[in-house]
Write a protein that binds this ligand. Structure first.
Ligand code: IPE
Ligand code: IPE
Ligand code: MG
Length: 248
């Protein structure tokens, strides 16, 4: 949390594109395209509000189960958006992080991702994390693999593996944990998003379908967050006491 009470890191499951399109009797891809517009508005808002990290779930490791046609269209949309937006992101001092198992993507897409990350790597404004072919379980598994490798070469001792070592090996290493998690589209589940990182995150669910989500609704979610008491295991009284002693 920052001094003005804003979350440092907002993580969003952008859900409801398909239903939005269906309601309008249009193909699902139209919903995904409309969803990209919402992404732009949300990113703008986070830049204005000086949010440090915005994590967006774009494609889950389970979304390959969708019809091939939809998967292909989503890949094209992802690639096209990355290409058309990277200069604008760069100009706005945004640092891009694409997290997920990128090895499943086409060579062209992998190259585009690497070049977009490289172009924005020295930026110091908003960290924009796009989770693509991402799964929370995959993230923890790949961290385990890296740690096991270091143990086998003697770089690390098994008894030295603690939470901070795991933090250093998950894909969001170096970034603060999400303070606020938002899911649009009415479902109330994590769907294998940032499992490790969400341990103490505040959850906010909205029925609004992602293409209809906007800056006002994001401000509502942030206001709800600001009105919560995060206790991290303490009692409510302890939190009030410590807040009072900090302001004295
Ligand atoms: C979220 O919208 C976007 C992706 C998963 C890529 P959905 O496509 O899941 O939309 P609904 O849930 O079917 O409405
Ligand atoms: C989660 O949404 C993944 C993304 C938003 C990218 P889904 O729509 O795929 O989740 P489930 O299948 O309803 O849990
Ligand atoms: Mg969905």
């Amino acid at each position: 949390m920052t001094d003005n009470g804003n979350p440092r890191h907002i993580a969003i499951i952008m859900d409801g594109n398909g239903r939005w399109a269906k309601k309008k009797l249009m193909p699902r891809i139209i919903g995904h395209r409309a969803g990209v517009k919402t992404v732009r508005k949300v990113v703008e808002f986070c830049v204005q509000e000086k949010i440090e990290v915005l994590s967006l779930f774009a494609f889950s490791s389970e979304n390959w189960r969708r019809p091939k046609k939809e998967v292909n269209m989503l890949m094209e949309l992802f690639m096209g958006t990355l290409q058309s937006q990277v200069d604008k992101l760069d100009k706005n001092n945004i640092k891009l992080h694409i997290v997920g198992d990128k090895s499943a993507f086409s060579e062209t897409l992998q190259e585009k991702i690497a070049s977009a990350e490289k172009q924005t790597e020295n930026n110091t404004g908003l960290n924009l994390v796009i989770a693509a072919n991402y799964g929370g379980r995959w993230d923890i598994t790949q961290a385990f693999q890296k740690i096991a490798e270091k143990i086998s070469t003697g770089e690390l001792k098994a008894e030295d593996v603690d939470e901070s070592v795991i933090n250093d090996h998950i894909t969001t290493a170096g970034l603060p944990e999400p303070d606020l998690f938002i899911r649009s589209g009415g479902e109330e589940r994590i769907s294998n998003f940032l499992l490790w990182q969400l341990a103490y995150t505040e959850f906010y669910f909205t029925e609004t379908l992602w293409p209809d989500f906007n800056q006002t609704l994001l401000a509502d979610a942030i206001n709800s967050f600001k009105n919560r008491q995060r206790r991290f295991g303490h009692t409510g009284e302890q939190i009030i006491e410590s807040a009072n002693s900090n302001t004295q």
